[in-house]
Ligand binder design. Structure first.
Ligand SMILES: Cc1ncc(COP(=O)(O)O)c(C=O)c1O
Length: 399
């Protein structure tokens, strides 16, 4: 055996160690596989099946022979459906030249970043952030500057922090709006402030908007709706959450036409088109006038109320009511445990899996994240266990 000839700089920038963000989740998966009754609140996967019409269309589309090579930037039927959907969010006409179909929003982020930045460029991202960004940003080779989303500011960014992080090399900012894990929704004026700074420094503004359908407080504004910034804003969307279609790998990027064309070339080189029957099914999903996401939102809101009621009033923990999304952050600092120890002991002692969010970024310290993608009964039981565990920690025996 000899050593292999070596690997690319891009490959070597990616860590091949397990991501610490998922450690507690991985432990929980192992224990559940070994037969333990664990309530899994550690992952953001919708519990609903996809819309019935989507499943019907998959079969019908295959019957129609939609199993061939396809258009690199997306099949017309789905690109048109995405245009209609995104035009509503943008309040302006989104046309096919703005759209690229990607197999999921994460791939869309990857593809668009590969298109607009590279080694030697700087990129700003608020932390904490969705853990897989680390590898996506790492792949591009950009120099990442993180700015804090402080709990004291309800996890909203500060424009001063943003200005202070900019260097002559900074080319882009990536935001998650609504945010995972914090559930913060940026106001139009916050977004305008960010966009103006991006314009002043000639930067792209990329927004991951995968939770835009699940807003409970305030109003969602897409970066596409920021007048005067159309030439630098890129929005990423998906059916993973809104239509409970995670496994379909169905997402998109909306960008200025020039960026769309360049990303299209990358798509052609890398994927040579995506699955036709998945795209047909996505077009069917998007034609429901928003009925499915509205019902999902109602469901998550009901669960959010349930969790807030069950966890509020404890001296040991305080749940933070999110403005949007599928998660609730719980501040566990009063227990005296750090979030990692809290999550590990909660798993061991009460068999509930949650994620400590310091691994999403230092400003997530002292908090754990729970997912609302679990049926009401199990969620209520999990909340009871979390409360029991936390309250016992701050009782006399815990000190
Ligand atoms: C912020 C954020 N972006 C992207 C994704 C992945 O989306 P997709 O399934 O469309 O790749 C997730 C999934 O949890 C997410 O939370």
């Amino acid at each position: 055996m000899t050593n292999p000839p070596g690997f690319s700089a891009l490959s070597l920038r990616l860590s091949d160690e397990p991501d610490p963000a998922w450690e507690v989740h991985a432990l929980a998966v192992q224990r559940r596989a070994a037969g333990e009754d664990i309530i899994m609140l550690s992952i953001g996967e919708p519990d609903s099946p996809p819309p019935a019409a989507v499943l019907t269309e998959i079969a019908a589309s295959i019957e129609r022979g939609r199993t061939r090579y396809s258009a690199a930037r997306g099949e017309t039927v789905v690109v048109d459906a995405i245009c209609r959907y995104a035009s509503q969010q943008a309040g302006r006409e989104i046309r096919p030249e703005h759209v690229n179909f990607f197999p999921g929003a994460q791939t869309a982020l990857f593809g668009m970043l590969m298109t607009i930045v590279g080694p030697g460029d700087g990129l700003i991202v608020p932390e904490p952030y969705y853990a897989p960004y680390t590898q996506v940003l790492g792949a591009t080779g950009v120099e990442v500057a993180e700015i804090p989303l402080r709990p004291a500011n309800a996890f909203h960014p500060s424009l001063d922090d943003l200005r202070a992080a900019i260097t002559p090399r900074t080319r882009a900012m990536v935001i998650t709006n609504p945010h995972n894990p914090t559930g913060a929704v940026l106001t139009r004026s916050e977004l305008m402030g960010i966009a103006a700074i991006c314009r002043d420094h000639d930067m792209w503004l990329v927004a991951d908007e995968v939770y835009s359908e699940f807003v409970y407080a305030g109003t969602f504004t897409s970066v596409l709706a920021l007048e005067g910034f159309e030439d630098r804003t890129i929005a990423l969307g998906t059916l993973s959450k809104s239509y409970a279609m995670t496994g379909f790998r169905h997402g998109w990027a909306i960008s200025p036409p020039e960026a769309g064309a360049r990303a299209g070339v990358l798509l052609e080189a890398m994927l040579f088109g995506c699955v036709q029957f998945i795209q047909d099914a996505g077009a069917v999903a998007l034609s429901d006038g928003g009925a499915f996401p509205r019902a999902e939102r109602e469901k998550y809101l009901r669960r959010l109320d349930l969790v807030m009621a069950a966890l509020s009033g404890s001296a040991a923990i305080s749940p933070r009511r999110p403005e949007a999304g599928m998660f609730v952050m719980i501040d566990v600092r009063p227990t005296g445990l750090d979030a990692d120890a809290f999550a590990r002991r909660l798993l061991a002692e009460e068999r509930v899996a949650v994620l400590p969010t310091h691994t999403f970024g230092p400003s997530g310290a002292g908090h754990v994240r729970i997912s609302l993608g679990m049926d009401d009964e199990a969620l209520a039981e999990a909340a009871r266990r979390i409360r029991r565990f936390a309250d016992a920690l701050t009782g006399p025996s815990a000190t």
